[in-house]
Ligand binder design. Structure first.
Ligand code: FAD
Length: 304
């Protein structure tokens, strides 16, 4: 049996928004406690997974807030969403300042350590754990700001550690605005907005990624820049689909949509859909034909 969910938007406006004019300087949060390195770097962990003394010294010299393997809280921070792909980072950085991200990247580069951003941590392949042991994970959990600017066509500045559920609630509560995105509230905006972001409103509004107007990003050379269609357009383009290979985004700037005044959510159970491959294929074909029939379906109707 398969439950097919439907979602109908009403009062949808498809008007385009003007690019946001904004302050490039990211709002910085108070500096967090700097976790010290324990004297015991755990014999249970292979030496190749631990941070070298050069890397530790570099991070300490620049006051970058970090958790090493032996630090209290490391295991909790290192836990992946997919427990079958559990990698052990050499160090987890928990920045509150863009300069700390920059310093951390430069220290990692000097020690030839892979750097990986982590937002909501929902990568099925555990990419945000580095995708292998011994990486530097930059955990963006401190970046939780969500600010909608009514003076700038309701553009939203969103910290790269924000989860989708918090973002949806905050956009609505601040200005009755919305974005297209997936349905799991715990997914992070960092991975979602850089790799796609498909949800109930995507037939009408597109992907989350389509609404990224700009970003504040730290690049591999440690520089901190703002990118948009006008500023560093090649990097702006590359971030939307390949951010992991380009830089660490600290803030996103989104064009938002007026939230629908109401939605209708319903579901229909298709009995015996999985009885055979042929029946499943026939059901999918029927749904596909239905979805493509403009005389009965428009983009306000979604399937999930
Ligand atoms: C339960 C569940 C439900 C899901 N539902 C949907 C859905 O309805 N629709 C949909 O489209 N997708 C869905 N997904 C997929 C999800 O959108 C992706 O896995 C997404 O990449 C997760 O984002 P994250 O920030 O939580 O993950 P993370 O693991 O933190 O990051 C994923 C990748 O993005 C990179 N990244 C994260 N933040 C940044 C940053 N600030 N700068 C640069 N790179 C960064 C990481 O390095 C990593 O490679 C779902 C996933 C799960 C586990």
């Amino acid at each position: 049996m398969r439950l097919v969910s439907f979602f109908l938007l009403t009062s949808v406006s498809l008007g385009l928004t003007k690019p946001l004019v904004h302050d490039v300087a990211a709002k910085e949060l108070p500096t967090w406690e700097i976790r010290s390195v324990s004297s015991d770097n755990s014999t249970a962990v292979p030496a190749s997974n631990t941070a070298s003394s050069t890397l530790q010294d570099c991070l300490a010299a620049k006051n970058v807030p970090v958790y090493f393997i032996a630090s209290p809280g490391f295991s909790q921070l290192a836990q992946p969403y997919n427990l079958r792909l559990a990698y052990t980072p050499a160090v987890i950085v928990v920045p509150t300042l863009a300069s700390q991200v920059s310093d951390a990247i430069l220290c990692a580069a000097a020690s030839n350590v892979k750097v990986q951003a982590k937002s909501g941590g929902h990568s099925y392949a555990s990419f945000s754990s580095g995708g292998k042991d011994g990486s530097m994970v930059i955990n963006l959990q401190a970046y939780q700001d969500i600010v909608v600017d009514p003076q700038e066509y309701y553009a939203a500045k969103v910290g790269a550690g924000v989860r989708l559920g918090d973002m949806a609630l905050s956009l609505y509560n601040q200005s009755q605005r919305a974005l297209p995105h997936g349905t799991c509230p715990g997914v992070g905006v960092g991975g979602h907005a850089t790799h796609g972001g498909y949800g109930y409103t995507s037939r009408a509004w597109g992907l989350t990624l389509d609404h990224v107007m700009g970003a504040d990003v730290v690049l591999a050379n440690g520089s901190f820049i703002h990118v948009s269609a006008m500023e560093y357009p090649d990097i702006y383009y590359a971030l939307r689909g390949a951010a992991d290979s380009i830089g660490i985004i600290i803030y996103f700037y989104f064009s938002t949509k007026p939230a629908p005044s109401s939605v209708v959510n319903w579901s229909y159970t298709i009995p015996g859909m999985y009885d055979s491959a042929a029946k499943s294929a026939a059901v999918f074909k029927k749904i596909q034909d239905f979805a493509l029939n403009p005389s009965i379906v428009d983009r306000k109707l979604a399937f999930g």
